[in-house]
Design a protein around this ligand. Structure first.
Ligand code: BV8
Ligand code: ZN
Length: 254
């Protein structure tokens, strides 16, 4: 991977680096991306139509079954070299803000602390009535063929229906996480946009904020996106190999 000396010096002089990740960063851990076709019981649905309050209202057991199947996939997966490279980068720059659209906990399991989850966390379901967090047991579903409808559990405190701990389409993002993400995009000297199709708003606007603020913006993706001509540099390839190389080249071990 070859970077111009100018780009390297601009990135190395950045006192604050922001990393913004999407489903592509967990793809090499075996977690399907959002635009991958659904499998098993859910193969005739696209994730977008399932990730809504209306879908859960209409058929809570079907949607809860999908989330439990996904949660099982997350718990059975391991962080990959991209997650680890981001955790390592946090030790090599004065300040790093990690912003993710992902609902899995692979960044945390790779050692990243203070992860801003803009779209919630699949491992933190909560009561839809009183908000109490629900300590979910190990999920039952492992294979989509065995995927089935599962009645969502009931809250031990108020009997309300437990829901997945994610932000559905049409729901607002957690305000503190969102404000922190915008601040980071505005104030960072380097902004890495990794493994996202940059379709879902308002998260996708963060890269535009960083570009407008004049930071060095690097996109890592196996595919092209509408950001291709707007970022400082496009790294076309899988995050699990591109990110470790990028970190090693630009921010080598002191
Ligand atoms: C809201 C949790 C408003 C659930 C998710 C403008 C402004 C505001 C809202 C909107 C707007 N326009 C439209 C909207 C509505 C909507 C929206 O954005 N719709 C889209 C479809 C146009 N937005 C919302 O509803 C948001 N809410 O703004 O509320 C509001 C205001 C006031 C009052 C009430 C409401 C909420 C959006 C959150 C939805 N929840 N997830 C769940 O997971 O089940 S979003 C979901 O998509 C995931 O979080 C996912 O991360 C995210 C984005 O997708 P990506 O991460 O990019 O994944 P994708 O598969 O698309 O792409 C993967 C990429 O990786 C690809 O580019 C691929 O090439 C690449 N890749 C693959 N493998 C690799 C790789 N790259 C590198 N290496 C690899 N190995
Ligand atoms: Zn409750």
């Amino acid at each position: 991977m070859r970077f111009s000396t100018d780009l390297i010096s601009r990135l190395r002089s950045a006192t604050h680096v922001a990393v913004f990740t999407g489903a592509g960063v967990s793809a090499e851990s075996g977690i399907p991306t959002f635009r991958d076709r659904q499998s098993g019981l859910w193969q005739n649905f696209d994730a977008q139509s399932l990730a809504t309050p209306e879908a859960f209202e209409r058929d809570p057991a079907f949607v809860w079954g999908w989330y439990e199947w996904r949660r099982a996939r997350v718990l059975a997966s391991q962080p990959n070299a991209a997650h680890r490279a981001i955790a390592l980068l946090a030790e090599r720059v004065p300040r790093l803000t990690l912003i993710t659209q992902n609902v899995d906990d692979l960044h945390e399991r790779a050692g990243s602390r203070e992860v801003l989850h803009l779209h919630g966390r699949i491992c933190s379901p909560y009561c839809s009535a009183c908000g109490l967090e629900y300590l979910a047991p190990q999920p039952a579903l492992l294979e989509p063929e065995r995927g089935r409808r599962l009645e969502p559990p009931r809250c031990g405190q108020c009997g309300g229906r437990v829901r997945p701990g994610v932000v559905w389409f049409g729901e607002s993002l957690p305000s503190l996480a969102w404000e922190q993400a915008v601040q980071a995009a505005r104030g960072c000297g380097g902004f890495l946009c990794v493994g996202t199709s940059s379709i879902v708003e308002p998260a996708a606007s963060l890269t535009r904020v960083a570009i407008a603020a004049g930071s060095v913006t690097i996109q890592v993706n196996i595919d092209s996106t509408w950001l291709d001509d707007l970022v400082t540099l496009n790294l076309r390839g899988p995050a699990a190999s591109m990110l470790p190389e990028l970190v090693a080249e630009v921010w080598p071990q002191a």
